[in-house]
Design a protein around this ligand. Structure first.
Ligand code: PHE
Length: 434
């Protein structure tokens, strides 16, 4: 069977941006900045994005395009045994996807409530028995998109949702900046306190956030690279995806910090921010209903386009490695995801499913999200940078590129990135054990 290809460069770019821009940008980035010293965080963050995130992205795109295969098929071509690394990468990501879809379901639920004009707090929603239903709905939606294929499914959806997300975000930025006292929040957000830079935990947070936000090291970009034409420059495209991802995080920060200082709430509130703090604010302001609708719709677009990218990597593996076609592969994988994610969905429902006293979703995130992803990223990147001919990768990266940075990228992915990933893993382990 002929491998599908992106129909155009812009289609590929929007799909790449769609994967990168997700909950990590709109929901996670602002509170991570808040918890890590405000403006001071932006410096290690920018360094992490350009020095570690971008090179890893290039490594994945180039490997995918060289081998024209899924993570498993590509790694297998480097060394037969590396097939197992590919399987580990896909398995971890599939578990992450299962609870990512639970959160995407919450967003859809809140959007629906806003449309119906109903005020609901997260606490009361999470106690209802029907809350897992939204998880099922978004899982089916994501699989229907992926079933339609690279062009008609992923690319087409991204072409609609990503630009729409940009417009909604711009509306929210303009509104938030016009609020009274917004500037105090912006000052905290943009003034770096350089003395904080000596705190190593800020650096670990920045590395972790950059990897997650750019979707690097999880095999997605490798899979997306396998659908790429030779004539497209990987360097230019990766730069654009990285810059847009940064821009969306930056704009989300502007929104959250202005609203926070105008209404006097704590940005470091953490995960609760999107589902309880902001809705409370929206309830108080004129046209709040409208703003809340915009906010949840943009969050939904961001989350869904990332979710379909996570689903595609597993589907690509099944298509390449088994005799199943796209329809059957997607159906099989989504059924597995429904089973895996259901306990997570039940943990925030009337049943409040817990394990060792913690909601199942939180435990899944702490193990698979915080450890699993950096660990498989370490395995994936080193098995490419140490075992595939470096000249071949550098050449693939430099093809049609204005800036020939292939060799630098290879150097970084060989020596620096493994150290950084190890550092992220160790700090998380320390945090977990202490
Ligand atoms: N980058 C996505 C976000 O910011 C999350 C993601 C991580 C998607 C890893 C795919 C792979 O939400």
């Amino acid at each position: 069977m002929v491998r599908e290809k992106w129909s155009s460069r812009i289609g590929f770019l929007l799909a790449g941006i769609g994967s990168a821009v997700g909950l990590g940008n709109v929901w996670r980035f602002p509170y991570i900045v808040g918890q890590n010293g405000g403006g001071a965080f932006l410096i290690p963050y920018l360094i992490s994005v350009f020095l570690f995130g971008l090179p890893l992205m290039l490594l994945e795109f180039s490997t995918g395009r060289l081998f024209k295969g899924s993570v498993v098929s590509s790694l297998k071509k480097i060394r037969k045994k590396f097939k197992w690394i590919g399987i580990a990468v896909v398995s971890v990501l599939t578990v992450v996807l299962s609870y990512y879809l639970v959160i995407t379901g919450w967003i859809l639920a809140f959007f629906t409530f806003t449309l119906l004009g109903r005020e609901t707090s997260f606490e009361s929603f999470a106690q209802t028995y029907f809350s897992p239903l939204f998880f099922v709905v978004v899982t089916i939606a994501a699989s229907l998109i992926v079933m339609r294929g690279v062009r008609k499914g992923i690319e087409k959806t991204s072409k609609i949702m990503v630009p729409a997300l940009g417009v909604l975000l711009a509306v929210m930025v303009i509104y938030s900046l016009s609020l009274p006292n917004a500037m105090d929040g912006i000052t905290f957000y943009l003034t770096p306190d350089l003395s904080k830079l000596s705190d190593s935990s800020i650096w670990a947070a920045a590395f972790g956030q950059a990897f997650f936000s750019l979707s690097v090291g999880s095999g997605i970009l490798l899979t997306y690279g396998s659908y790429l034409e030779e004539k497209i420059s990987l360097v230019n495209s990766s730069m654009l995806i990285t810059i847009f991802d940064l821009l969306v995080s930056f704009m989300s920060g502007l929104i959250v910090f202005s609203i926070a200082s105008s209404f006097g709430f704590e940005v470091a509130a953490g995960p609760k921010l999107a589902f309880s703090t902001l809705p409370q604010v929206f309830d108080k302001v004129p046209y709040g209903f409208f703003l809340e609708g915009i906010f949840f719709l943009l969050l939904f677009f961001a989350a869904l386009t990332s979710a379909i990218s996570m689903l595609e990597i597993g589907v690509a593996v099944l298509i390449d490695e088994t005799s199943l076609d796209r329809f059957k592969s997607t159906s099989l994988l989504s059924s597995i995801i429904l089973v895996l994610g259901f306990p997570a969905a039940l943990s925030y429902s009337g049943i409040s499913l817990q394990f060792t006293g913690r909601p199942v979703l939180d435990l899944m995130d702490e193990t698979f999200g915080s450890f699993g992803i950096p660990l498989t990223a370490l395995l994936l990147s080193t098995s490419i940078s140490w075992f595939l001919d470096n000249l071949v990768i550098a050449e693939e990266i430099n093809k049609n590129a204005k800036w020939k940075i292939g060799k630098t990228v290879v150097f970084l992915t060989r020596y620096f990135i493994p150290i950084v990933l190890l550092y992220v893993l160790l700090t998380r382990l320390h945090f977990y054990l202490v």
